[in-house]
Write a protein that binds this ligand. Structure first.
Ligand SMILES: Nc1nc2c(c(=O)[nH]1)N[C@H]1C(S)=C(S)[C@@H](COP(=O)(O)O)O[C@H]1N2
Ligand SMILES: [Mo]
Length: 266
């Protein structure tokens, strides 16, 4: 066992023992000390959320891989959750094959950038066959084609203070002048998920080099170690930050404001 791992296990033992022996308050303080408090702590689920997130992050290696399937496992039907945005800008971009679309990446990065779809497709591509489960109880297996998020993060140069990567799609009012009024399906992940080698910016699916609109065209993120809800579709803007407290209600995701858990690890 590496020293790092044994140290992580020790912290975990501390967090879990504190939870059992002396009440959850001490466990939460320990988790806080090691940066293991999720943004929705004290929200609807409170201490329970912190325990789940802290235990996962300490006990499971940040490099642990999600299961990959083969092409013969791909589901005949890939259900679509919701419809593509009716937003006028989105519809115009869709009609134009997303030639005028750009992905904005900013925040705690050395080189804030805009990427076209053609540029993203010139980066090293990968294809992964993953199981995607919605928190509402349905799931499917599909192949996703795209560029690893880590590749793009390296290009823009993530600053060391970064703690979260936040995703905004066209069904978010991402141009809101005041970040606190942002609403919709925005979401965020911590740096362990952001750098994870299976986390993909997907522009294609099931052998096709474009995403069907409803599955998130032109670009969606696929986070295979979290439930489907974290995999934001119709991306427009990605920002790197050290806090999500100033976005929306400050719980790290639009869905979290509606009662879903921020951390949806599987
Ligand atoms: N922008 C955006 N991203 C989204 C959603 C959404 O409504 N809007 N739904 C989420 C949910 S709850 C799930 S389960 C998956 C569904 O992905 P699919 O429609 O490709 O099956 O997308 C997630 N990403
Ligand atoms: Mo979902």
């Amino acid at each position: 066992m590496s020293e790092r791992l044994s140290r992580r296990k020790l912290i975990a033992t501390g967090v879990v023992a504190a939870a059992g022996a002396s009440g959850l308050g001490i466990a939460a303080r320990l988790a806080d000390r090691y940066g293991l408090i999720p943004p929705d702590d004290g929200g609807i689920y409170g201490v329970g959320e912190t325990m789940t997130y802290a235990a996962q992050r300490v006990l499971v290696s940040r490099h642990a891989l999600a299961r990959e399937y083969t092409r013969s496992d791909i589901s005949k039907i890939a259900p679509i959750k919701g419809a593509a945005p009716e937003d006028e800008t989105y519809q115009r971009l869709l009609a134009g094959g997303f030639r005028d679309w750009r992905l904005k990446i900013d925040g705690l990065v050395a080189r804030p950038s805009f990427f076209s779809l053609a540029e993203l497709k010139r980066f090293p591509s990968e294809s992964h066959v993953f199981h995607q489960a919605c928190e509402e109880g349905w799931s499917f297996i599909a192949e996703w084609i795209g560029v690893p998020l880590s590749y793009v993060l390296n290009l823009v140069g993530v600053r060391p203070q970064a703690k979260y990567v936040v995703f905004f799609g066209f069904d978010t009012n991402f141009e809101a002048a005041d970040k606190q009024t942002i609403k919709g399906k925005w979401n965020s992940i911590d740096m362990a998920d952001a750098w994870h080698r299976q986390t993909l910016l997907a522009y294609g699916m099931n052998g096709q080099e474009f995403l069907p609109a409803g599955h998130g065209a032109p670009l969606r993120v696929r986070i295979p170690r979290q439930l489907g809800g974290k995999s934001t579709k119709y991306l427009s803007w990605i920002t790197v930050t050290d806090t999500v407290k100033d976005i929306g209600k400050g719980f790290g995701a639009g869905g979290t404001e509606r009662g879903f858990s921020w951390y949806a690890g599987i």
